[in-house]
Design a protein around this ligand. Structure first.
Ligand code: CTP
Ligand code: CA
Length: 224
């Protein structure tokens, strides 16, 4: 494989990847979610497996096929994603939090479909509560030698916001990118910044496949 140009630099390493959106039920037929396609996270999981890692992919609902040779755990809500990520994190050498976790969820999902005009069913108001921050919660539990990678999806001030997220979530690397106006979500390529404690790198526009390898290249540098 080396001869074919496939690096096995993650052989013997465990990699955790979160990917896709989460969906937060309003009632049995409706939900709150976002436009994440899961493409970047799935590309990272595939690339890590190709490079020899033992990979756990914790994925919200996407239209993508579960990557071959990867342990894929399917979840729906942020709370379920947190539980699955917490289980895999302690053994992970590298954890990449690429999921677009819904920031809020309906406080009390209705057990029955909400109906127009029914007494007590106010379709104009949904009470929301904030979801747990999976990256921040596991970043706080990070032990020596673990490499934690997060993303920052921003509509402006990418680098400044990425720096804040690096610090508050205790990540080693934040991949900052611009979202909105046809950028990033669902597209096949992406323009990003790598923000670490010591420097900021603006990467050229590249496919999500190449970006996946670039992120892993940067992550393995932390192993020294
Ligand atoms: N993240 C997470 N759990 C959440 C929210 C975010 O694990 N509940 C992770 C994402 O996977 C990403 C990073 O945190 O790696 C940043 O996500 P982002 O949505 O950009 O930042 P937030 O902290 O949610 O802040 P905001 O959306 O308000 O900018
Ligand atoms: Ca968010």
């Amino acid at each position: 494989l080396e001869e074919l140009g496939v690096s096995r630099d993650l052989a013997g390493r465990r990699v955790l990847v979160t990917a896709g959106p989460t969906v937060e039920p309003i009632d049995p037929v409706r939900y709150i979610s976002n436009h994440s396609s899961g493409k970047t996270g799935y590309a990272i999981a595939r690339a890590a497996a190709r490079r020899g890692a033992d990979v756990t992919l914790v994925s919200g609902p996407t239209a993508l096929a579960a990557p071959e040779g990867v342990r894929t755990v399917h979840v729906k809500t942020a709370c379920d994603m947190l539980a699955a990520a917490e289980e895999a994190f302690p053994a992970a050498d590298v954890a990449v939090f690429s999921a677009a976790v819904a920031d809020m969820r309906p406080k009390e999902p209705a057990a029955r479909k909400l109906k127009k005009g029914e007494p007590g069913a106010d379709l104009g108001t949904i009470e929301l509560v904030e979801n747990p921050d999976i990256l921040a919660s596991l970043g706080a539990a990070k032990r020596d030698g673990q490499v934690v990678v997060g993303f920052a999806a921003e509509t402006e001030n990418v680098v400044a916001n990425a720096r804040k997220k690096l610090a508050t979530k205790r990540a080693d690397l934040i991949v900052g990118n611009l979202v909105g106006e046809g950028r990033a979500f669902g597209t096949d390529d992406n323009e990003v910044w790598f923000v670490t404690a010591d420097d900021v790198d603006e990467l050229p526009l590249m496919s999500k496949e190449r970006l996946a390898d670039a992120i892993l290249d940067r992550a393995v540098q932390f192993f020294g």
